[in-house]
Design a protein around this ligand. Structure first.
Ligand SMILES: [Zn+2]
Length: 654
């Protein structure tokens, strides 16, 4: 943390003191029809061609990379330094353009210009990686001696972690010809299956059948037998009306049931490919199918085991959350279509104005450090947040960033609910993470998915704690606690069941291809293992309806969510602890400094190193995870009490 907020340009502009709910990206381009976009694209294309030419000579050095004589070092390092500088400039330019178009599409998904530019930009990114392949492969295959000499160059020192981490895969490399063959064939083989899935998911239509056992609280007759897209149906799973949620849930399942053979073929091909490739790469040492995922997540297998085993031993926390949620909804048991339901009507819900939300979040952040509180206000003051509902707006919320100047951007649809406030806090947490890293180079600020959710969930927890204190009625408290319960069930049960299913799938695929019926049985067994009897029924077709299993470029896209959730809570729990023995102010300041340093190192350390270095804790031991799970248990306990109170209150009122 070097730059201070006080030298911000916003303070020079008197009108900028008001908070803004729409972002202003006009410093980058005047609009999606700005002719400067075409000019920039041409410049990027030319820069990629230059880079391709600079990287091409490395192709001939790959075979002998491991044995190159030291006399060649100086010449090679000079050329690597040039390539590194070239690509840094290029990536900033491409990053800015890509963020500009992406953010414009979020505000208006029908923007014709932005829709034209999007595939062109995606192609530029792919061209860039492809152009740099000879260079990247050379760095992987070089000798340790050469890499040490290269990293001694001050301009290249920032690549140290990234290069060392990539080179952990060195003993899994195949011959250059084999590597090229795999990459080449994967485009039309492995990745074709992933594309087929996306294509299917984009075109599938769901029948929303008018629910026959509808108890009458849905008077929306338009909903009976209508046909909607998958994304829309998925959104309806958080509809306040249970019959609508059920119809959406059934609609999604029916749609995928029609295509289960195609999805099963894809899962067989993707996992078969991965197993085959792992076997070929295991020429020097034994490889497990989880090794690749752990490497991408920057964790050790022992850490993953500690995380999953400890969570399994605590699965009853998730069961309790579901039982209390069912009670609050006035049901005996939770139905699978109710797990994403909003909190049952919290009486008169007050509308929280955007400015008020920012003030509230800022206050909560102040508890950690005034800098973080001021940051939240600055984001809105500078026009870095877009929350105002617009026609044709994208769903969801995210935090993105421009690369030069380094500025975060937040997108969400803000409609004044408590849930919106929490979402805004979550995204501001991501933005804060980027902000404390803003003086670091791009390569040093790239963190894995396991560590990406640390700051966001941390920020959410700060605000939820503050909101809970501010809530004046039990109904308001229940609405906040509802989200705690929902998160507990999702992270402690649903995510692990997905992990369990994928493990079973890979194990079974070793023996042979699987039929849809076998996949459904495997899915049900995985649900049962984690949920036991906490749900009224299971979605046996989840293996088909969940996109994550069919991502061709990445396996096990599930446990990182659980990791991020518990990791963040574990760090949150460190507040008020630590080496400082001074008064509490000093202690919280000390904690904030440790927390900030930890965030700044998320791009240059493994998860284990990060926690060992900053918190002197061991992620491979169950204790770290147990401490986090105890925090979840406490919040579920609070939720249970609030549900009991609400029921008692209702009994008095009726
Ligand atoms: Zn997030």
């Amino acid at each position: 943390m070097t730059a201070t907020l006080s030298n911000s340009s916003a303070s020079a502009n008197p009108s900028a003191t008001a908070l803004r709910q729409t972002w202003d990206n006009s410093q980058f381009f005047a609009g999606t029809d700005d002719p400067a976009i075409a000019t920039t694209t041409d410049q990027i294309k030319a820069a990629i061609a230059d880079l391709r030419a600079a990287c091409a000579p490395f192709a001939e050095l790959i075979e002998t990379a491991d044995t190159l004589p030291a006399e060649k070092d100086a010449e090679l390092i000079a050329s690597i330094r040039n390539i590194h500088e070239q690509q840094k400039t290029l990536r900033k330019k491409l990053g800015n353009l890509s963020t500009y178009i992406y953010t414009a599409l979020s505000v208006d998904t029908q923007d014709a210009h932005a829709n034209c530019w999007m595939p062109i930009i995606q192609k530029l990114s792919a061209d860039l990686s492809e152009a740099m392949t000879p260079y990247s492969v050379f760095l992987l295959r070089s000798s340790d001696r050469f890499i040490a000499a290269m990293l001694a160059d001050p301009a290249l020192a920032e690549t140290a972690f990234s290069i060392h981490h990539q080179r952990k895969l060195k003993d899994q490399l195949l011959s250059v010809a084999e590597e090229q063959l795999i990459t080449g064939l994967a485009t039309n083989g492995l990745h074709a299956w992933g594309n087929l899935y996306s294509e299917l998911a984009g075109t599938l239509k769901c029948q929303m059948k008018g629910d026959t056992d509808n108890t009458g609280d849905s008077d929306n007759s338009d909903d009976s037998n209508s046909t909607i897209g998958l994304a829309q149906a998925a959104n309806l799973l958080s509809h306040p009306d249970s019959a609508t949620r059920k119809a959406a849930w059934e609609g999604i399942r029916s749609a995928w049931r029609e295509h289960q053979s195609a999805v099963a073929a894809g899962l067989n091909a993707i996992n078969g490919w991965r197993l085959e490739e792992t076997e070929k790469r295991a020429h020097t040492r034994k490889l497990h199918y989880l090794d690749k995922s752990c490497h991408q997540s920057r964790i050790e297998r022992i850490t993953l085991d500690a995380l999953m085993d400890t969570t399994f031993q605590n699965r009853q926390i998730g069961h309790r959350a579901l039982a209390a949620m069912a009670k609050a909804l006035g049901q005996k048991q939770m139905n699978p279509w109710d797990t994403m339901a909003p909190a049952p009507a919290a009486g008169d819900q007050e509308f929280i104005h955007f400015d008020e939300a920012i003030a509230l979040i800022s206050d909560a952040f102040n508890q950690l450090t005034p800098e973080m509180g001021e940051f939240a206000t600055m984001m809105a003051r500078r026009g870095w947040i877009d929350g105002k509902p617009t026609a044709n707006r994208a769903t969801g919320a995210y935090c993105s960033k421009f690369y030069e100047p380094k500025e975060p951007r937040i997108f969400l649809t803000y409609e004044g609910t408590m849930t919106n406030v929490i979402t805004l806090a979550h995204e501001l947490g991501h933005a804060w993470h980027n902000w404390v890293m803003r003086d670091l180079s791009a390569i040093e600020s790239r963190y894995p998915m396991t560590l990406a959710e640390t700051a966001s969930i941390f920020a959410e927890t700060l605000v939820r704690d503050a909101l809970m204190q501010r809530a004046t009625t039990p109904a308001q408290q229940l609405e906040i606690a509802w989200q705690d319960a929902q998160s507990a069930a999702a992270f402690l049960l649903n995510i692990p069941a997905r992990f369990e299913f994928e493990k079973r799938l890979v194990e079974a695929r070793k023996v042979g291809a699987l039929r849809p019926a076998q996949l459904s049985e495997m899915m049900n067994d995985s649900w049962k293992l984690w949920f036991e009897d906490s749900l009224s029924q299971y979605n046996e077709l989840f293996w088909a309806s969940k996109l994550h299993f069919s991502i061709s470029s990445l396996g096990f896209y599930n446990y990182p969510y659980l990791f991020g959730y518990l990791f963040s809570l574990g760090i949150y729990a460190q507040q008020g602890t630590g080496p400082s023995l001074g008064p509490s102010d000093e202690q919280s300041n000390d904690f904030n400094q440790r927390y900030t340093r930890l965030l700044r190192d998320t791009g240059t350390m493994t998860a284990e190193e990060l926690v060992q270095h900053h918190l002197q804790k061991d992620l491979s031991q169950p204790q770290f995870w147990q401490d986090s799970l105890s925090i979840v248990e406490q919040s579920v306990e609070r939720f249970e009490q609030l549900v009991e109170q609400a029921i008692a209150q209702k009994a008095v009122n009726t």
